[in-house]
Design a protein around this ligand. Structure first.
Ligand code: ZN
Length: 456
């Protein structure tokens, strides 16, 4: 008799380098070996010293034949080490949605380009990327499709269910002899401009749920009121002739924010080649009924090489640029040009990690000095912060109440929380217990194997 096993190899009791290993009993004393996601975590470092990259602990997989590798969505903390995992385990079938595959291909190419530009050793090579995308290696699943990936085993079935969050993102559903398993991936339950919130699967109830708990510890302001506060602030700044810089993550957030402002009647400029490619992909690569199909708007203008000087030196301009934390890319260049003028404003649209340039700016008082880099020339200079600085919460993750409502509706017997820190997990566990949840709840700590599911 055997039960299933679950081990977080990264991104368990922390956020970043997500990688999760399932052993699912076949019923004959042996197991299927399944890995979900393989990402990286970064700290940005300082202006003088490059940051660190953290990869998942793949040692535990040495010598094991991996049957399936599944990617939930194309964000670096879930996919950034995927080419190496697949290279180490070429025997595995790789499963993802079609948009995730398309976005992944563009992103990995960009990672290699940036590494070359800054003369840094990338984690993987162009050859590894080519290997990942070799004909026949990746199997994509449509919404609602159930696949039986193992010949002669009708008891094991797998499906991908839309999880909101970003284009192509999916939860993993597995029907097995040891019970029904659901792995949430990153999940948003409220609607975003580019993708609507996740729904409960109609033909599947999980016995065992592994879920992200990024915001298990607190609730977020309602999306609508946060959008209104954001639009009002941007209108106020451009109304007085100031410029607004909105640093935004290229992978979806930039498109989301551009649509919010464009639909409010404001003309916005979007900077950067990757942001442009992603916006185009989000507009064309759709796979489920939760995808918002038409993302074009006449108020959204993509900046071309020759436009930048005019916009930087102009007045009343709104620019959305990556990176979201202003450590590199066009957002750092616009910051250098605009942050020393009190007419202007920087409006952060997402999470700011510790030790990033954006976090330092958000903690500063007007009149303080900071060194800024021009990403085109690499030059740094010291400027005095005089512009206004605001933070807005446009999270693409479910918050505490949304997660609790969703988990209670899914009604599993067992829950394992991942992609979170212990205080958030504990707070959410208490909310679930207070609301009458009777099943077991555990934290999926990195490196610790949990026994789950039914005996087979
Ligand atoms: Zn994500």
């Amino acid at each position: 008799m055997a039960r299933a096993e679950f081990t977080a190899l990264g991104g368990g009791d922390c956020i970043g380098n997500s990688c999760y290993f399932f052993k699912v009993p076949k019923g004959d004393g042996t197991f299927y070996h399944i890995v979900v996601d393989c990402g990286v975590a970064f700290d940005a470092g300082t202006m003088d010293a490059p940051g660190q990259t953290y990869i998942p602990d793949l040692e535990i997989l040495n010598g094991i034949k991996i049957d399936l590798i599944i990617l939930t969505h194309a964000h670096a903390d879930h996919d950034g080490y995927m080419p190496i995992l697949v290279r180490k385990h070429p025997e595995a079938m790789v499963i993802m949605t079609e948009p995730t595959g398309q976005i992944l291909a563009v992103k990995l190419e960009d990672v290699l380009k940036i590494a070359k530009k800054y003369n840094r050793a990338p984690l993987f090579t162009a050859d590894d990327v080519e290997f990942l995308f070799e004909e026949g290696r990746i199997k994509t699943l449509d919404q609602g499709e159930w696949a039986s990936p193992f010949e002669n085993d009708p008891h094991f079935q797998i499906s991908l269910h839309p999880s909101g969050h970003t284009r192509g993102a999916a939860s993993v559903l597995m029907r097995t002899l040891a019970g029904n398993f659901m792995f949430s991936g990153d999940v948003s339950l409220h609607d975003l401009p580019t993708v609507l919130g996740a729904t409960i699967p109609v033909d599947f109830r999980p016995d065992f749920l592994v879920t992200e708990m990024t915001y298990g510890g607190h609730n977020q302001p309602p999306r609508k009121s946060e959008e209104e506060r954001f639009i009002m602030k941007v209108e106020e700044v451009v109304g007085r002739g100031g410029n607004v810089l909105i640093p935004a993550f290229a992978m979806g957030r930039a498109t989301d924010v551009a649509l919010v402002l464009a639909k409010a009647g404001l003309e916005v400029y979007v900077a950067g080649a990757l942001t442009f490619k992603m916006a185009r992909l989000f507009g064309s690569a759709t796979w489920c009924d939760r995808d918002v199909k038409d993302l074009s708007h006449p108020n959204i203008k993509f900046l071309r090489e020759g436009d930048y000087d005019n916009v930087i030196n102009g007045q009343g301009n709104i620019v959305i640029a990556s990176s979201g934390m202003m450590d590199f890319g066009w957002s750092s260049t616009f910051a250098k040009a605009w942050m020393s003028d009190p007419m202007n404003a920087v409006c952060f649209s997402g999470y700011l990690a510790e030790d990033t340039f954006g976090k330092r700016v958000s903690d500063m008082k007007p009149g303080q000095k900071i060194r800024v880099r021009n990403h085109k020339t690499g030059e740094t200079e010291s400027i005095t912060l005089r512009s206004e600085v605001y933070e807005f919460c446009f999270s693409a993750h479910a918050d505490q109440t949304e997660l609790a409502d969703w988990m209670l509706a899914l009604s599993p017997s067992e829950i394992v929380g991942i992609h979170c820190e212990r205080p958030g997990y504990e707070a959410l566990s208490k909310v679930l217990a207070d609301r009458g949840f009777k099943g077991s709840i555990r934290l999926g700590e990195n490196g610790k194997t949990l026994i789950v599911g039914y005996e087979v």
